[in-house]
Design a binder for this molecule. Structure first.
Ligand SMILES: NC(=O)C1=CN([C@@H]2O[C@H](COP(=O)(O)OP(=O)(O)OC[C@H]3O[C@@H](n4cnc5c(N)ncnc54)[C@H](OP(=O)(O)O)[C@@H]3O)[C@@H](O)[C@H]2O)C=CC1
Ligand SMILES: O=CC(=O)O
Length: 356
C-alpha cells in the first residue's frame, strides 16, 4: 500500500517527514536540492519519484531517531550506498571482509570496526549488502556476526539479494535479541547506487521501515513496503528473473542481426525507440557489440538470482521455461570464467566458440 510523491513536490511532504529527514542526517536537505536545513524546495528540482507508504510521514519523533548507521559489505553496491549516507552527513561505521575497501570511506569520514558484531553494537541501524545467501548468513549469524551486537532498540536492514528462507532465518535470529529486522533488496545497479536512485523492496518490521525511511531516501528514489519478511526478497527475485531473461533474449537478437549481415548498432537504436525499449539495452548494447563487459552487475550474481527465482517458482509449481533456459546460458558463461564480468557477458555463451 503506497502512494507516489514527486520529489519536485517536496512541499507536499508533512513537516514532520521533512524535519525527520533533516534531523536524521544534518546535510540531508542537500539531497532534496541543496537547501538549508528545514527549508522546503519551492520549485521543481528533479523529475524522479519517491514512493512513500501512507504512514511513513507519521514516523517516530526526531528524538527517537537513530543517529549512528552501520554498513556491512562494501562491494560494487555497498560502497556507493555507504558513501551517499556519509555525504548526507550520517554518522557511518563500516566493515568489509576485505578491509582495504573500507579505506576510501574512512577517508570520507566513516568510522571503522573490525567485525560485524562491533558495528552492530555501536550503531542504531545497521545495513548489510552482501553477495549471496551464504555471505548474508555468515555476516549476520556467523562468528562475530552482527546478531551478537544487536539488542532491543536497534535495527538490522539487509539489502542483499537473497531468497525468502534466508531472509526469514536472519530475521528470526535478529529479532530474538529484541532488535527489529527489515529486508530491503534493491533494484538498480552501480550507477543508480552512485546517484542515490535505487528502488527498495522492503518487508518486515514496519516500525523499522519508518525509522529507516530517511536513510533509504538518501540511497534511493523509491521504496515499497510489501508486508511480511520474504515478500521483498520474492519481489526482487521476480524482477531479476525477468531481467536475466531479457538480457539473454537481447543477446540472441544482437548475434542474429550480425549473422544476417545487419548492423547490431542499428538494432540497439531501433529497440531504443520502440515499446521494448529498456535502459539496459541502450546502456549495455554498444559495449556488448564490442565484446566489452565492464562490470556493473556481476554475471555470477545474475545467475544466483535466476537460480533462486527458479527455486521460488518451483515452490509454487509455477512454470518458468524461459527463465530456466536463460539460467542455463548464465551457467555456461560462468563455466567459461565470466563470473566477474558484467551479466551482459552472457552473450558470450551464445557464440560458437563457447557453445558445447
Ligand atoms: N551490482 C549490482 O548491479 C546489483 C547487485 N545487487 C545485489 O547486491 C548484492 C551485492 O552486490 P555487489 O555489490 O554487486 O556485489 P560484490 O560482489 O561487488 O560485493 C559483494 C560483497 O559481499 C562481500 N562478501 C562476499 N562473500 C562474503 C563472505 N563469505 N563473508 C563476508 N563478506 C562477503 C564482499 O566482500 P569482499 O569485498 O571481501 O569480497 C563484498 O563486500 C548481491 O546480493 C547482488 O545480487 C542488487 C542490485 C544491483
Ligand atoms: O540486481 C541487479 C539490478 O540491476 O537491479
Amino acid at each position: 500500500m503506497s502512494f507516489l510523491v514527486k520529489t519536485t513536490d517536496c512541499h507536499h511532504l508533512s513537516s514532520t517527514a521533512m524535519a525527520m529527514c533533516s534531523s536524521f542526517c544534518p546535510h540531508l536537505p542537500n539531497h532534496f536540492g541543496g537547501r538549508p536545513a528545514y527549508s522546503f524546495p519551492t520549485k521543481p528540482l528533479s523529475f524522479s519519484f519517491k514512493a512513500f507508504t501512507s504512514q511513513a510521514s507519521n514516523a517516530s519523533s526526531k528524538d527517537e531517531l537513530p543517529t549512528r548507521v552501520g554498513f556491512l559489505g562494501l562491494g560494487i553496491m555497498g560502497s556507493p550506498m555507504a558513501q551517499n549516507l556519509i555525504k548526507s552527513g550520517c554518522d557511518v561505521t563500516v566493515w568489509n571482509r576485505t578491509k582495504s575497501k573500507c579505506d576510501p570511506l574512512i577517508s570520507l569520514g566513516a568510522k571503522y570496526k573490525p567485525s560485524p558484531e562491533e558495528v552492530a553494537a555501536s550503531c542504531d541501524v545497521t545495513f548489510a549488502m552482501l553477495a549471496d545467501p551464504e555471505s548474508a548468513v555468515d555476516v549476520a549469524l556467523g562468528k562475530h556476526g552482527a546478531v551478537n551486537g544487536m539488542s532491543s532498540g536497534k535495527g538490522y536492514v539487509d539489502v542483499s539479494t537473497v531468497d525468502g528462507a534466508t531472509s526469514k532465518l536472519i530475521s528470526g535470529h535478529i529479532k530474538s535479541t529484541g532488535a527489529s529486522f527489515l529486508e530491503a533488496p534493491v533494484s538498480g545497479s552501480k550507477k543508480p547506487a552512485e546517484d542515490g536512485q535505487l528502488i527498495f523492496l522492503t518487508a518486515g518490521d514496519k516500525s523499522l521501515y519508518e525509522i529507516a525511511a530517511p536513510l533509504l531516501d538518501v540511497m534511493g528514489k523509491s521504496r515499497f513496503y510489501l508486508g511480511d519478511v520474504g515478500n521483498g526478497a520474492a519481489m526482487k527475485l521476480v524482477v531479476n528473473m525477468i531481467m536475466g531473461s531479457m538480457m539473454a533474449s537481447f543477446s540472441e537478437g544482437l548475434l542474429l542481426t550480425e549473422k544476417i549481415g545487419l548492423d547490431p548498432k542499428v538494432l540497439v537504436e531501433v529497440v531504443s525507440q520502440g515499446a521494448i525499449s529498456a535502459p539496459m539495452y541502450s546502456v549495455k548494447g554498444p559495449s556488448m557489440i564490442q565484446s566489452l563487459y565492464p562490470t556493473a552487475f556481476p554475471l555470477k550474481h545474475q545467475q544466483k538470482d535466476l537460480r533462486l527465482a527458479l527455486g521460488l517458482a518451483e515452490s509454487v509449481s509455477q512454470s518458468t521455461p524461459i527463465a530456466a533456459t536463460a539460467n542455463e546460458l548464465y551457467k555456461v558463461a560462468k563455466s567459461h570464467g565470466l563470473s566477474d564480468e558484467d551479466f551482459s557477458a552472457v552473450i558470450e555463451a551464445l557464440k560458437p566458440k563457447l557453445q558445447q
